[in-house]
Write a protein that binds this ligand. Sequence first.
Ligand code: BGC
Length: 740
Amino acid sequence: MQEKLIEQILETLTLEEKSAMLHGATFFRSGAVEGKGIPAVETSDGPMGVRNEFPGDSWFPVGLSDDFVSYLPSNSALAATWNTERAYEAGQVLGEETRGRGKDVILAPGINVKRDPLCGRNFEYMSEDPFLIQELTVPLIKGIQEADVAACVKHFAANSQETDRLWVDTVVDERALREIYLPGFEAAVHRGGTYSLMNAYNKLNGEHCSESKALLNRILREEWGYDGTVISDWGSVHTTVQAAESALDMEMSVTTNFDEYFFAKPLIEAVKAGEVSEEAVDEKVRNILRMMLRLKMIGPKAGERKQGAYNTPEHREAIKATARESVVLLKNEDGLLPISPERLEPGDPDALTGYRKKKRIAVIGRNAEHMHSGGGGSAEIKALYEISPLLGLKMVLGGNVDIRYAPGYFIPGKKSVNEANWQETSLERQVNRRTDREETEEEARQRQEIEKHREILREEALALAETADEVIFVGGLNHDYDVEGWDRDSMVLPYAQDILIEELLKINPHTIVVMVAGSPVEMPWKDMAKAIVWNYYAGMESGTALAEVLLGRVCPCGKLPETFPALYSDTVTGRNGEFGKPEKVVYEEGIFVGYRYYEKEGVRPAFAFGHGLSYTTFSYDNLRVETARGCSAQGDLQERIIKLSLDVTNTGSMAGAEIVQCYVGDVSCSVERPAKELKAFTKVFLEPGETKTIDLELSRGAFAFYDTERHGFVAEPGEFVLSVGGASDRIWKQETVTLA
Ligand code: BGC
């Protein structure tokens, strides 16, 4: 019925009308076919909320007040919750806001694999682990699409660096592609049912992703049977004929010469010249019409399309709940956290007046009050509001505590990345080249000025810390570093924060260190600090959630969705220098990405994948492993063959949640495999003293690897070790199972 209607509509369209549907008529809208009942497709970024409005032919925002929106936690924050229900809910919020803003496609989620800590867009992505990515992406897409809005899963594929992003050739071997870089996208297609997908800027094994037959035609369409729309990343199309022959449907870009886009006039001419078949064009139109039907933009259900809503109180509550769960307690010695109410009780009453001196908290560091929502590149949004950590602390504590702030470090003027037309200029090739030239006299002078200013701020902050009962440092990165279009140069904290943190820890060894950032940083002061809290960009209620965690109103339960290496030189790329090179990057480590690599090399990270502490304690008992009858290596990969059950008890005094993780390791195999790979997890919420039995299921696929000779996943018979624990480096129990 649907396909019939698509054919009927297609018959009414001229070549020119079809071409109009296949490319941007403005920056974020495809061409409508006036008079034939075909609307434009309205797209918008992005992952952390619906982006502000642009006029369509200029990168200067419209600037009205009607595009303030709910600011959602970044995908890295969402991933730190390890909570599939929160992912679903985040999708619902994003979908409703998108529809509420009158859009059809939300250019999210970004699910590229965090291969290297320095990638500028890591904050937009979820994890280094394909399984965690899959499990969160699927509900996220479902939530979005419930609102009659299309998710646009990006960037397909292997887009794990920003440097030279439009041209770099990413060389990835077949096994790594299948085991690490593609599973998230496959799950988005098969289990998430995504209506659209965005190709990556980079080349993959020599072909631009926008015109890659291997990726788009063979894998996506033929193998996965994808019948949704493929949208180009903005400005990623380079040719007419090749792109038209590939399974790309819609060309979007960053320049205003809309009629000159490759899928505009040049496509019409190419069809007329016989260089591109009209059938190829028709196929693209079909994919777009199919998406429109699914979204109820056209077709028999067009009157039933949901209207959506933005800035609702329910959205803010959902965002706050996710923010709370996303905070990761990295370190907590001597019970330094939470700061209990007793510690903040005013001093003893004055004998005569009864006056009680307030306790003082020194909040130090620019990220205590920095607003992040307006930055990051295409993920920027105009947040309805954003609660900073400082505001959060003051809101939660009220007037009986003396909270004083000092910036502590200086952030020089923003980089050119924040210029209005950065989106266009960031695609220019030279902007990503690193310069090795010596600094000019003027630059040296500016540097000295900055250093002087930093010293003044540092002294002021240290003086404040001396007078305080509690010291909380809130630093980290911001969207000058966690940003689209640029990779970081190093994992070192910017703005000389390390010096400040060390000085603070010397003055007050109980200083609580909070890092707000989207990707790992080196923490040379890690052993000195007793309490370290990690906060990804967690949306409009981030500061509230952080304050609640610091003050013990909420028990932290986030876990790292990525490894935090101690030093950049511990990473694959830090060692081989292959990261961030222009032109060509070879993923030499193959499947050994993230913890798979560190475990293989025996490198101890600062904080392991899956790590995250709690204020309460848990015990795990009674691990039962049930294997299905005929638990053999051969058969349907989806079939669930092993069930684990486990009793988890909250043995502490605070309600909290534990994330139980199950890793699989192959004892012996014909190919080299990681020591362990995440294959199941669950999050369990427990009241003090409460016990719950949790179940984890493993399908045959959990034991499989990608066999490059057979071009498919296979599980080999033999023994496998199941490691169950609360982190990749905190395994509670191991069991061996045998596949026949
Ligand atoms: C980014 C995409 C984004 C698009 C539209 C590109 O620069 O890579 O993620 O959706 O612009 O703004």
